[in-house]
Design a protein around this ligand. Structure first.
Ligand SMILES: Cc1cc2nc3c(=O)[nH]c(=O)nc-3n(C[C@H](O)[C@H](O)[C@H](O)COP(=O)(O)OP(=O)(O)OC[C@H]3O[C@@H](n4cnc5c(N)ncnc54)[C@H](O)[C@@H]3O)c2cc1C
Length: 489
């Protein structure tokens, strides 16, 4: 059962306690409710790929802990370059299959690998047994083929203040009580991807913390339906198309969620950091290094679909895709830039203290800045190729298109090349719109952290003094040219 089928995955979600809300109502079954079925469908396609010989190599791997056992790749460990590159490849495929984000197959996977490295450090310094607990949980997760979303981002409150200074302590998820058999946690995590489609949620601290904030230095994993957790799914569409039927949006998609933890009890065997604030910063450092390397593949995969959508629009409009060859090359260059920068960051990485791979931080963070920039250029080109019908929603709804009185006239107006149906043009246009303006826009700007945060790391890791010295020597300047001393206020 380590490699599950779509059917087994859907059954695992149906068996969970309903605790997900959207549009003001409790969702009884996330696999069929219109508000969540598309994100579930996206995840289900990963199970299809795991069982498809054509894709199984990229979607499955050998378990480190279960000899001879094949597991889903997203449950695996990333000990070396091959495995971390496997993360990138899987993400690019997922975007190609769904047009959108990898959701709950992504952050939890990275989190378990990061914690492997960090628990090696905390266990060594504090004599804890976090890594043994983590190993036990990972083995169970691999056996069950779980989907595990990951929650770092807290509601935060006032951005200029630390968690312990907030007027509402729940602005950040924290440890309320330590008991002999576990901990009690409360607080809010927000914008968490793929939660409705997940079996469990891996919780990490939202930042590196000091002693005052030790209650927020917390890592654990909880069932998505744990008692005391209320989840509100957030909308990705700018209108109500999400609930329309027809081709107005694809069958796949992704949603984020707000998660409200209220006195949730987490048993010790699921706790991997409890107040060891000294190492909370290491979690962020290792997490962002791999994550910001890998997301180059996400936006590249969506860019692949945007090239495809552009080609469809051109042909259905009556033109050859090659009419726009230069624009498509520009799109492809953007896709390969973020993909390859991520691979470069991985290639120049090394094993972390627990033996799991950590990508090169400087290149990974520089990549995050491109990830927050280049996909928007690719989207602009996709709109440019498709025409107004894709750009501004200049196209009647599915219901109007199918109206018995004026629907046939709309069809005639929408039809372009005689070779293709009006419906084909409508579907291609809606896809382009979804990819570039609507719910299919992944979090290229802030997903995985804001570009400004990434630039802070690039600034810290760029040795400007050393570079000035190279320049000074080449220029033949004999005297030293140091940074001027800061003026005293
Ligand atoms: C589509 C999407 C999917 C996501 N999925 C996940 C997920 O699965 N799991 C998860 O944990 N998170 C997820 N996130 C959250 C994401 O990690 C955060 O959006 C990101 O870290 C930025 O945090 P924020 O949105 O709170 O921005 P803010 O903190 O509000 O930042 C806004 C701007 O202010 C700047 N800023 C913030 N604080 C300061 C300060 N003190 N001084 C100066 N400048 C400051 C930032 O750099 C940024 O430019 C997702 C986000 C998106 C958009």
């Amino acid at each position: 059962m380590a490699v599950k089928t779509r059917k087994e995955y859907l059954e695992s979600l149906k068996a969970m306690r309903p605790n997900v809300y959207k549009f003001g109502k409790l969702i009884e079954d996330v696999t069929t409710d219109p508000a969540t079925k598309r994100t579930v469908e996206s995840h289900a396609r990963a199970f299809d790929a795991s069982n498809d010989p054509q894709y199984a190599e990229d979607f499955t791997t050998d378990s480190t802990f279960l000899p001879g056992e094949k597991i889903h790749r997203w449950s695996g460990m990333m000990e070396g370059l091959d495995q971390v590159m496997g993360n990138s490849k899987l993400k690019r495929w997922m975007y190609r299959f769904t047009g959108s984000c990898t959701g709950g197959l992504c952050v939890g996977w990275n989190a378990q690998n990061v914690l492997w490295n960090v628990t090696a450090m905390t266990d060594k310094e504090f004599g804890t047994n976090y890594q043994q607990r983590l190993k036990k949980w990972i083995i169970e997760s691999q056996k069950k083929g779980l989907v595990v979303s990951g929650a770092l981002t807290d509601a935060k409150g006032d951005r200029a203040m630390r968690p312990s200074q907030q007027s509402n302590p729940d602005s950040n998820v924290h440890i309320k009580e330590v008991r002999p058999d576990g901990i009690v946690i409360s607080g809010y995590k927000t914008m968490i991807c793929g939660v409705a489609a997940s079996n469990e949620v891996f919780i990490l601290p939202g930042s590196g913390y000091r002693e005052d904030d030790q209650d927020y230095a917390l890592s654990c994993v909880v069932p998505r339906d744990i008692e005391g957790l209320t989840i509100v799914e957030t909308r990705r569409a700018s209108d109500s198309r999400e609930l329309e039927e027809g081709w107005d949006i694809p069958d796949s998609g992704i949603t984020q969620a707000y998660m409200f933890f209220e006195d949730c009890f987490v048993p010790n065997e699921r706790v991997f950091m409890c107040k060891e604030f000294k190492y909370s910063g290491k979690i962020i450092e290792y997490f962002t290094a791999n994550y910001r390397a890998c997301i180059g593949a996400c936006v590249a995969g969506q860019g692949d679909v945007m090239i495809g959508a552009g080609a469809l629009m051109a042909r259905i409009n009556g033109l050859a895709a090659s009419t726009f060859a230069n624009k498509m090359v520009d799109m492809a260059v953007n896709n390969e830039t973020t993909y390859a920068m991520g691979i470069g960051a991985m290639a120049l990485g090394k094993k972390g203290p627990g033996g799991m791979w950590v990508s090169d931080s400087l290149i990974a963070h520089a990549n995050k800045v491109h990830v927050a920039t280049l996909p928007y250029v690719t989207k602009r080109i996709c709109q440019d190729i498709g025409g107004g019908i894709v750009e501004t929603g200049c196209f009647p709804s599915y219901a109007d298109f199918k109206n018995p009185v004026y629907g046939p006239t709309i069809e005639k107006a929408v039809k372009a090349s005689d070779k293709y149906s009006a419906e084909a043009r409508a579907r291609a246009a809606r896809l382009s719109e979804w990819l570039t303006l609507g719910a299919g826009v992944p979090g290229c700007m802030h997903g995985g952290g804001s570009p400004d945060g990434a630039k802070l790391v690039v600034r810290a890791l760029t040795p400007i003094d050393q570079f000035a010295d190279y320049a000074r020597k080449i220029a033949g300047i004999k005297e030293q040219v140091p940074e001027p001393e800061k003026k005293k206020k």
